[in-house]
Design a binder for this molecule. Structure first.
Ligand SMILES: Cc1cc2nc3c(=O)[nH]c(=O)nc-3n(C[C@H](O)[C@H](O)[C@H](O)COP(=O)(O)OP(=O)(O)OC[C@H]3O[C@@H](n4cnc5c(N)ncnc54)[C@H](O)[C@@H]3O)c2cc1C
Ligand code: FES
Length: 278
C-alpha cells in the first residue's frame, strides 16, 4: 500500500501541513484520535494527531513540527513522495457532548488537533471558543480555519506581535472571569496543559488534556506510553490520549519524556550528517 503525500504547505518555520492518502485508516476516524506513521521501512514509528480527514477522498491531514530525526525526515518529503506506513485511527475519541460553553486551547501542533473537536462540539450546539498560543506571530497556526468552526478565536503571543501579549492562560483567566465555562480541552506542550489544569481545578471545570507520552506500538503492548492518572497506571495510546487534566501526574510525564534525549540527539546528528553536513 502506498501512502502518498498529496498536498504539503508550510505553516510556520519547521511546521508543515500534509494531506496523506490513507483510504483504509480514514474510514473510522474520530476527533481526538491519532495515527502512527513510519516514514521509511527502516525508520521509527511516530504518533501524529489527526487534524482532519476526508472519508470520500481517503485522505488524512496532519500538522507536523520538526522535533528530531523522524519528524524532520517527514517534513523534508515532497508532494508525490510516499511514506511506508500509516496505522490508525488509534486511541479513544475525545469526549464530545453537549456541555454549554467549551474552551479549546491549542499550542504548536496541538492547534491542528483541536479543529475536528471544535467542529463536532459546535455541531452539537455548544458555544466554542478557541485560544491559540504561540511565541510570536509567525508561529500562530490555523487561526483562520478555526474561525470557521468556532464562535470566536483568541490569540496570545509571548511577545505581543499578535493577539494579546502573554500566555494562553492569561486569555483563559479573562474568559473565566466573564462567563460560565463548562468544559476546557488543552492540547499542546505539557507545561501549558498543566497550567490550564491548575487554573480550572479550583473552579471544578471539566478539563481534558491530550497526553503526548512517548509511544512505540500504539496498541497497549510495549508500555512506553505509561502515564499516571488518578493514581492508576494508564497507557496513553489505548486509554487516551485524552485524560482528565486534574488527575494527571504531569511531573512523571515530563520525566519519562526525557528518558531518550541523548539517543534522540545522536539520531538527529547522524541524520543531519547523512543529509549533507560534511
Ligand atoms: C498522541 C500524540 C500525538 C502527537 N501529535 C503530533 C502532531 O500532530 N504533530 C507533531 O508534530 N507531533 C506530534 N506528536 C509528537 C511527535 O510524535 C514527536 O515530535 C515525534 O515522535 C518526535 O520524533 P523525532 O524522531 O522527530 O524526534 P526525537 O528525536 O525522537 O525527539 C525529539 C523531541 O520530541 C519528543 N518526543 C519524541 N518522541 C515523542 C513522542 N512519541 N511523543 C511526544 N514527544 C516525543 C522528545 O522527548 C524530544 O524532546 C504527538 C505525540 C503523541 C504522543
Ligand atoms: S505505545 Fe506501547 S503501550 Fe502505548
Amino acid at each position: 500500500m502506498s501512502y502518498a503525500i498529496l498536498e504539503k504547505k508550510e505553516l510556520a518555520p519547521n511546521t508543515v501541513m500534509m494531506q496523506i492518502s490513507a483510504p483504509l485508516a480514514v474510514k473510522k476516524m474520530r476527533p481526538g484520535q491519532f495515527i502512527i506513521v513510519r516514514v521509511t521501512s527502516n525508520g521509527e514509528r511516530i504518533p501524529l494527531s489527526i487534524s482532519g480527514w476526508d472519508a470520500d477522498k481517503g485522505t488524512v491531514r496532519i500538522i507536523v513540527q520538526a522535533a528530531g530525526r523522524t519528524s524532520t525526515e517527514l517534513i523534508n518529503l515532497k508532494v508525490g513522495d510516499s511514506i511506508t506506513d500509516v496505522v490508525g485511527p488509534l486511541g479513544q475519541a475525545s469526549h464530545i457532548e453537549k456541555y454549554g460553553t467549551c474552551i479549546l486551547i491549542g499550542g504548536g501542533y496541538g492547534t491542528g488537533a483541536i479543529i475536528p473537536i471544535a467542529r463536532e462540539l459546535k455541531a452539537l450546539g455548544n458555544k466554542v471558543i478557541s485560544i491559540v498560543g504561540a511565541r510570536t506571530k509567525d508561529l500562530v497556526l490555523m487561526e483562520n480555519e478555526l474561525k470557521t468552526v468556532c464562535d470566536s478565536v483568541e490569540v496570545s503571543t509571548n511577545d505581543g506581535s499578535a493577539g494579546i501579549k502573554g500566555l494562553v492562560t492569561d486569555v483563559l483567566a479573562g474568559i473565566l472571569k466573564n462567563e460560565p465555562v463548562h468544559m476546557v480541552t488543552a492540547i499542546g506542550p505539557v507545561p501549558m496543559m498543566k497550567a490550564v489544569s491548575e487554573m480550572t481545578r479550583p473552579l471544578n471545570i471539566r478539563t481534558y488534556v491530550s497526553l503526548n507520552a512517548i509511544m512505540v506500538d500504539g496498541t497497549g503492548m510495549c508500555g512506553s506510553c505509561r502515564v499516571e492518572v488518578g493514581g492508576a497506571t494508564k497507557f496513553a495510546c489505548v486509554d487516551g490520549p485524552d485524560f482528565d487534566g486534574h488527575q494527571v501526574n504531569f511531573d512523571e510525564l515530563v520525566y519519562r519524556q526525557k528518558m531518550y534525549v541523548p539517543y534522540e540527539k545522536k539520531a538527529s546528528e547522524l541524520y543531519a550528517c547523512k543529509a549533507g553536513c560534511h
